[in-house]
Ligand binder design. Structure first.
Ligand SMILES: CC(C)(COP(=O)(O)OP(=O)(O)OC[C@H]1O[C@@H](n2cnc3c(N)ncnc32)[C@H](O)[C@@H]1OP(=O)(O)O)[C@@H](O)C(=O)NCCC(=O)NCCS
Length: 165
């Protein structure tokens, strides 16, 4: 899937953030003591490749990872500067928390973080649900960017027939 380019000097205001705040959902930068918990959560809810990426984002100072939290429970995460400098992602919301604006709020909070860190543009690498990004962002597809930086990347092997029990 081709990468997307986002103008960080032209970000929309999040419609979801005030609504989430009123319902007790906080969107904020992750804290270093949360690093292990977040990495485990990402691996359990998504997969090991994303856990590796978020581990890199959580190794920066300040951490380039944002979280959505309600009543001490992690609902979602988003990060930047993981696979490459200037890249947004990965991001993910727990299935049970989807459809209420958490993904949008994490996306816009993280992109604002990138703008504050001095970037003028963000790249959304291998974006997956492009329609989700294009709902709120006036992003453009970067020509000839697939597979882009991920070309030749090692991936976990599919289980062999002998190990599928
Ligand atoms: C993509 C994801 C982060 C969206 O999280 P979410 O909290 O459900 O999203 P929101 O509720 O903020 O949705 C914001 C808007 O995007 C739309 N949207 C959400 N997921 C979408 C998808 N997969 N495709 C198209 N549109 C989507 C919503 O309908 C909503 O639009 P609306 O306000 O007009 O109704 C979540 O579905 C997820 O974790 N998916 C699996 C991981 C993934 O694909 N991550 C992205 C690649 S790194």
């Amino acid at each position: 899937m081709s990468d997307l380019l986002v103008r960080l000097y032209d970000l929309p205001v999040s419609e979801a953030e005030p609504r989430l705040a009123a319902s007790g959902i906080t969107i904020r930068r992750a804290l270093p003591p949360e690093r292990g918990l977040i990495a485990t959560w990402v691996e359990q809810h998504f997969h090991s490749l994303w856990a590796s990426e978020v581990a890199v984002a959580m190794s920066q100072h300040p951490m380039t990872t944002w979280v959505a939290v309600k009543d001490g429970e992690l609902l979602g995460f988003a990060c930047h500067d993981a696979t490459a400098k200037g890249f947004f992602g990965p991001t993910g919301v727990a299935e049970s928390a989807r459809g209420q604006g958490v993904g949008e709020a994490l996306l816009l909070a993280t992109l604002r973080g990138m703008r504050e860190a001095g970037y003028a543009y963000a790249v959304i690498g291998d974006p997956g649900p492009v329609a989700f990004y294009l709902k709120r962002l006036d992003a453009m597809v970067i020509p000839k960017s697939s597979p882009g930086i991920y070309r030749g990347m090692l991936r976990p092997a599919a289980p062999s027939p002998a190990n599928t029990d």
